[in-house]
Design a protein around this ligand. Sequence first.
Ligand code: GTP
Length: 204
Amino acid sequence: MSAMRVDAKVVMLGKESVGKTSLVERYVHHRFLVGPYQNTIGAAFVAKPIQVGEKVITLGIWDTAGSERYEAMSRIYYRGARAAIVCYDLTDSSSFQRAKFWVKELQNCEEHCRIYLCGTKNDLIEGDRSLRQIDYHDVQDFAEEIGAQHFETSSKSGNNVDELFQKVAEDYNSSAFQYMTAEEPGVDLGQKKDSIFYSCCHSN
Ligand SMILES: Nc1nc2c(ncn2[C@@H]2O[C@H](COP(=O)(O)OP(=O)(O)OP(=O)(O)O)[C@@H](O)[C@H]2O)c(=O)[nH]1
């Protein structure tokens, strides 16, 4: 059994119910789970290898719980992250305020962490434009101000989900982004090379 090495730690952050788990599910398992919403408790982890040019980059993705009850725990999960996907629900303006909170945290505590702003549930907007509560251009301006990338996605349709994670991996691979200090080696998971390890905690 060969070891799987995680090249880049990626953390999913955002208010509860914005769709963090659904994004990871769509990207890793190509599915959208229907049924009653189950909130994440603590965090869940998945390792996902991605082809970038000639290389394979393995992202170690931490899906954190959005509930403010778990805020202190989420801070543990973003430590040492190379990328943070900060999610907000396009139909919920308060979720964007929460996204700004996480951006501030990351700017203060994780200067090497790249930020990806992700507006979720785009399918709902496509179905009814009046549901949009967060203007695309306002977020784009904010993204430029903080040096972040900006995506709008739908885990239901799959729209832009692969593109988001691909961009994270490509940025990691780019010379400006890829550095691994001696103190921060990649993590050997002791898993089969093509295997995925997902520890998931949900409650009803
Ligand atoms: N229509 C639509 N619904 C979505 C989408 N993504 C997530 N949802 C729904 O939004 C609810 C919350 O999704 P989750 O992925 O569990 O949200 P979360 O951010 O992981 O929530 P926490 O674990 O509480 O932090 C679920 O009912 C999902 O089905 C999407 O792209 N489109």
